[in-house]
Design a protein around this ligand. Structure first.
Ligand SMILES: [Zn+2]
Length: 249
């Protein structure tokens, strides 16, 4: 049965023109599994003990407090699905579901990597420190692979931390990804860990993060790690906020 992502939007009065509009973020976002959209709507309305309109014309806005948006989730839509999985904060190790933060009006951080704004700030500072050590040549950035010996399937990753630490983190704090599901369900003796490239930045490299990610993408393709292996997604272009020029660190 398909999963449906739903959002309950609440009406508010615009601060600009005093007109009614739907507030952002939504009052609540959730997921239901149902045979079809109609059934999904029934489940949600049952849960809330009331009916919701799924369409409200602008002229009728003042008559409705809430609007329900429902859309079927493409099973490959990691962007939405990861919000519903239990995740480990990259800084403090606390477990959380990104969606719960999203639904919490007091949450100060909506990202999927860190539990709070405090951890996000500390984690990003650490990333910069780690990368600084990499750029100074004190710790090499590496591309590593974890191979399941019995099947030959691999997971490819990058790290700017001491590389054995990354393997330890995968084993000690597995999340809900395809790779972590395998780690949890398979004896550890069935895996080996190896470094497949020590990153050497080219002379003219101005963006260390992008270069490491390019090399990671190369190895994910080379090992066919998404289709045959344990990687879930190919690393895509990184967002502008993450670009760290070698000049500034
Ligand atoms: Zn945290």
């Amino acid at each position: 049965m398909p999963d449906y992502y739903y959002q309950i939007k609440a009406r508010k009065t615009s601060e600009y023109d005093g007109e009614s509009e739907w507030a952002f973020p939504p009052a609540f976002s959730g997921l239901v599994t149902a045979a079809d959209r109609k059934k999904a709507k029934e489940i949600i309305e049952e849960e809330y003990g009331r009916e919701f309109p799924v369409r409200v014309l602008k002229k009728d806005l003042d008559e409705h407090h809430y609007l329900l948006r429902i859309s079927e989730i493409d099973p490959s839509d990691e962007y939405i699905l990861r919000r519903f999985r239990e995740t480990q904060c990259k800084e403090c190790g606390a477990k959380f579901r990104p969606i719960d933060k999203y639904n919490d009006p007091y949450s100060d951080n909506s990202g999927a990597d860190y539990c709070t704004a405090r951890c996000a700030t500390a984690g990003k500072a650490r990333d910069i420190r780690d990368l600084k050590l990499v750029v100074e040549g004190k710790v090499p950035a590496v591309i590593y692979q974890v191979r399941q010996i019995s099947t030959g399937r691999v997971y490819v990753g990058q790290t700017t931390q001491p590389f054995t630490l990354r393997w330890w983190q995968h084993v000690t704090y597995p999340g809900e990804s395809k790779f972590h599901e395998i780690i949890k369900s398979t004896p550890i003796t069935d895996f080996d860990f190896s470094v497949i490239e020590v990153i050497v930045f080219p002379e003219n490299c101005t963006d260390a993060v992008r270069y490491i990610t390019d090399r990671e993408r190369f190895w994910i393709e080379e090992k066919n790690a998404v289709t045959l292996g344990f990687n879930t997604v190919r690393p895509t272009g990184i967002s502008p906020q993450q670009i760290l020029s070698l000049d500034t660190i």
